[in-house]
Design a protein around this ligand. Structure first.
Ligand SMILES: [Cu+2]
Length: 497
């Protein structure tokens, strides 16, 4: 080979080596892992599902997809990325009213490190979703070693191959040795580099802690303050023991307050203030879990359940619109997760509504077929015994018998079951702290089309005998379908000697 060809070949090899060496460095440093977070908002009378793509480390573009669900409502909503507490009116992005199920993407900008809020306004309420933009991680030492070693090696090698240097063998040899040393340093740094770390830039959803199914207590109670029920056949659940005071370190106390003159039959904004049960401090460290900051069950004396997702309007303050149908005392169950070791918990409170009182919860049908939202819902519950796992399932068919297979996932699951246990009177009473509350998930995998059905099922261990009110919830055509069910639970027989 001629000298120019040797040089050309050496150059190609060098460039290839340089590219190979620098490639992992570039990907480790420049491409920020992108976190995508879904959050459900009950904003005024609207239901919106937001999909937020976190900005890169250091700040930048933040695409948000807004999906209206539930009822189509006139009027725009506006979105803005603001610093905490800032007025979002200065540069809002308008999301025009759209039919339910039709997503609309807007791009916000959070161009700095630290705390931000995505402000979502409907003209009367401003929801503020907290977002944290992480600082870019400092370049690790091994990356600098790769860079310096590679540059040194390549420059020395090119210099060693220069015609003028090749006529001076000692210098060429020294440069060649320097090139080998540089490239060796770079290669060693790559080989010994730690695995790339990822930094979340948005409110993180902590993974559910694995639970040992063998640890199910005989009584069926699992955890206090709404600890996760042991998983059974892919199910997960939340259970609030009766008489549960949501106290203990880090337990959140929720105070509920209706608007002035809350009246049966009229919508009212329910305000929730969150404080720490131990310190009395405002609690503002909720993380998104199951696509919401707070999952709120409001259960009326008439047996109606509203499963809504209050919006954060200020630190420690959440608001949700409710429409109580009757007068009386309403039970409120707030499921949430605190950052750090706060864990998953349920806080319980109540509020009163003026107006004619309804009788105690009328019993919904038990097992069997009932019609709901244009479908036949067939409920199956085996004879339930306190302390034994029971499977409650609902099969949906269209009128005419064809199975329903187009149920949409909601909050990341095929279906939800909420339930209220018997109070001291022996029947469910949302105002009676003796009535246990539970929330169970059907976590079955979606079908090939990404939908669910025709059946959803839930495993639950009823803690004690008595009458339970259950509400099975699925989503279809962007609407939540609720199937109320009554289950009478028998006492466990005394063990025979
Ligand atoms: Cu929820």
């Amino acid at each position: 080979m001629t000298a120019p060809r040797v040089r050309a070949c050496a150059l190609v090899v060098l460039l290839a080596a340089l590219t190979a060496l620098l490639a992992p460095v570039a990907s480790a440093h420049e491409s920020t892992p992108v976190g995508v977070q879904r959050i459900e908002l009950s904003l005024g009378a609207r239901t919106l599902a937001l999909t937020i793509t976190a900005p890169p480390e250091g700040g930048g573009r933040m695409p948000v997809v807004v999906l209206p669900r539930g009822e189509a409502l006139p009027g725009d909503v506006t979105l803005a990325a603001v610093r905490p507490g800032e007025d979002p009116a200065t540069a809002p992005v308008v999301v025009p009213a759209a039919p339910v199920g039709q997503p609309h993407e807007v791009v916000l900008t959070a161009d700095g490190v630290g705390a931000w809020e995505i402000a979502v306004a409907d003209g009367s309420t401003i929801a503020r979703i907290p977002i944290t933009v992480a600082a870019p991680a400092p370049t690790p030492r091994w990356v600098w070693a790769v860079r310096i070693g590679a540059v040194l090696g390549v420059v020395a090698l090119i210099a060693a191959l220069a015609p003028s240097v090749r006529q001076r063998p000692r210098l060429a040899l020294a440069l060649g040795a320097a090139a080998i040393v540089g490239l060796t340093i770079a290669a060693t740094a790559v080989a010994t580099a730690p695995a790339t770390s990822t930094a979340a830039t948005t409110a993180a959803t902590p993974a559910a802690a694995p639970v040992d199914p063998a640890a199910v207590p005989a009584g069926g109670h699992a955890g206090h303050g709404g600890g996760a029920m042991p998983d059974m056949r892919g199910m997960s659940a939340t259970d609030v023991p009766a008489d549960m005071p949501a106290m203990g370190p880090g337990a959140v106390v929720v105070t509920a307050r209706t608007g002035p003159g809350a009246q049966a039959g009229a919508p009212t904004d329910l305000e929730l203030d969150l404080t720490d049960g131990s310190t009395g401090a405002v609690v503002d460290d909720l993380t998104i879990h199951d696509d919401a900051l707070i999952h709120l069950a409001v259960i009326g004396p008439d047996g109606q359940l509203a499963h809504v997702h209050p919006v954060r309007t200020a630190p420690g303050r959440y608001v949700v619109r409710v429409q109580p149908a009757t007068g009386g005392r309403y039970g409120v169950f707030a499921e949430m997760e605190r950052a750090g070791d706060g864990g998953h918990q349920v806080a319980r409170t109540a509020f009163d509504v003026a107006g004619p009182a309804a009788p105690a919860i009328p019993a919904a049908p038990g097992a069997g077929v009932r019609q709901v939202a244009g479908m036949d819902a067939e409920v199956t519950t085996p004879a339930a015994v306190a302390g034994r796992p029971t499977r409650v399932s609902v099969a949906f068919t269209r009128r005419g018998g064809a199975p329903v297979t187009d149920l949409q996932g909601w909050l990341g699951m095929a279906g939800h079951l909420m339930l209220l246990g018997p109070g001291l009177s022996g029947v469910p009473d949302p105002a009676d702290p003796a009535s246990a509350f539970g929330h169970v998930h059907d976590m079955s995998a979606a079908g090939p089309a990404g939908t669910y059905g025709p059946q959803v099922g839930f495993d639950y261990t009823f803690p004690r005998a008595g009458r339970y009110a259950l509400w099975v919830q699925v989503q279809r055509d962007w609407q939540i379908v609720t199937v109320p069910v009554t289950v009478d639970v028998a006492a466990a027989a005394a063990p025979t000697p």
